[in-house]
Design a protein. Structure first.
Length: 435
């Protein structure tokens, strides 16, 4: 059974803090394994990538065979039924439209001193996109990563996806085709991340790596950061549902399981203001599990990491708890007006889904917003993947002689205060002064 907490109980703070402190990530041995793999790929390049693909994905090939050709992509994509093809195209169009709306505008103006100030945005040259390919296939993740990159103007997008036993997933290939992947490689794990970061004889390095993966992928991204940029370190999935008694318990149960089915380490949390309703949701979860294909995974997640928190008043008491959890996904299953009011109070969430008819899964697929979101309370300091992640901002400064005369003395004073003589000299020499 999931943990049950009462926010009005004397021991709540201690129990809640312990809940927040739980470690749902894989143990530290993962990092040691990943360190060895990354070092090996840096040393042996293509040969290491080939060896690890044979070992972990049971697919024997030379390096040339690990690149999926355009013809193979096309042939696999052609196997996708029309209804699924149409759904992917529909989703891609919505994702593209939303991310185009997020494109930042260049700034360029001259201030009162005559100094020209600005900022311009330019796309990254190349990006590597990691797509999971183990226990489940995620064509939606292909769209969520590649479409924003292409909207930003990235010229080279390299997709890596493991294909256990050499089996290519048609939906993933179709998504790559729709999104516009420039290269697709059938490699995964830490070896794929290392190859993207450092390059091999056959795989040119990229400037940034995005996309979700398992604990080994997350550890590898953490290890190569600095050599390349990364989007975020993705941990197990999370959903937090704030629901009042006017909901159908079965709806809320389905929502809680929508993330629990990803992984046994996923976390589902319910905040409610009615004990009988909360109990009804818990019972509905058990009923929903019976018909779920991934019932073993979802059941373990709910049993080991799930939590039900009772509060006296949702409007007054839930927002501080939501912010402390800082979940990847937050659903507010209430009437529109109170749901909007509560959403306004929430500062820390990867994505917020407002109203009874907005299940989180809509955001996973077709809303248009991005489903690559911060986990493990990282929503306290970061947001989800977006078009800005594929752009660089460069500042622009241009001084006329008059502008330098206006700004220079203060800059010179600060340079002298910091003891940086060359800084000061570069200013004073233009002001005909000696520092």
């Amino acid at each position: 059974m999931p943990l049950k907490l009462d926010a009005s109980a004397p021991g709540f703070e201690k129990e809640f803090s312990a809940f927040l402190g739980r470690n749902r990530d894989t143990d530290e041995n993962v990092d040691r394994i990943v360190a060895d793999i990354v070092a090996d790929v840096r040393k042996r390049g293509d040969a290491a990538v080939v060896d690890y693909t044979g070992k972990f994905d049971r697919f024997e090939s030379d390096i040339a065979g690990l690149r999926i050709s355009a013809a193979e992509i096309k042939a696999a994509a052609a196997k996708v039924p029309a209804v699924q093809r149409e759904a992917l195209v529909f989703a891609a169009k919505r994702i593209e439209a939303f991310h185009r709306a997020l494109l930042p505008k260049d700034v360029d103006f001259t201030d009162a001193t005559g100094t020209r100030l600005g900022a311009r945005y330019r796309p990254l040259d190349s990006v590597g996109v990691y797509v999971p390919g183990g226990t489940a296939a995620y064509p939606s993740s292909v769209l969520m990563n590649i479409v924003p990159a292409k909207v930003a103007g990235v010229k080279r997008v390299v997709m890596v996806v493991p294909t256990p036993d050499g089996v290519v997933n048609p939906l993933v290939m179709l998504a790559a085709e729709i999104a516009g992947a420039d290269e697709v490689w059938r490699i995964g794990g830490a070896q794929a991340v290392a190859a993207l970061a450092y390059g091999t004889a056959s795989i040119a390095p990229v400037d940034k790596i995005t996309g979700p993966g398992n604990a080994y992928v997350a550890a590898a991204k953490r290890r190569v950061f600095g050599q390349v940029g990364i989007d975020l370190i993705a941990g197990p999935s999370e959903i937090l549902v704030v629901a009042d008694r006017n909901n159908d318990p079965a709806w809320i149960a389905a929502d809680l399981l929508s993330q629990a089915e990803h992984d046994a380490s996923s976390q589902s949390v319910l905040i409610a203001d009615d004990r009988a309703f909360a109990d009804a949701v818990a019972a509905a979860v058990e009923t929903e599990l019976e018909g779920l294909a991934r019932r073993d995974i979802a059941g373990a997640s709910w049993r080991d990491n799930g939590c039900i928190i009772l509060v006296r008043d949702l409007a007054a008491d839930s927002a501080p708890i939501v912010d402390r959890i800082a979940a990847e996904h937050v659903e507010i299953a209430m009437d529109t007006a109170p749901a909007e009011a509560l959403a306004d109070k929430i500062a820390h969430a990867g994505a917020i889904f407002i109203g009874r008819h907005t299940p989180e899964a809509i955001g996973d697929y077709v809303a248009g917003t991005n489903h690559v979101l911060p986990t493990s309370r990282a929503a306290r300091f970061s947001g989800g993947l977006g078009v800005a992640d594929f752009l660089k901002r460069t500042s622009i400064v241009s001084c006329t002689p008059e502008a330098l005369a206006a700004l220079g003395p203060a800059a010179l004073a600060l340079a002298e205060a910091e003891g940086l003589g060359a800084h000061g000299r570069s200013i004073s020499i233009r002001l005909n002064r000696r520092s």
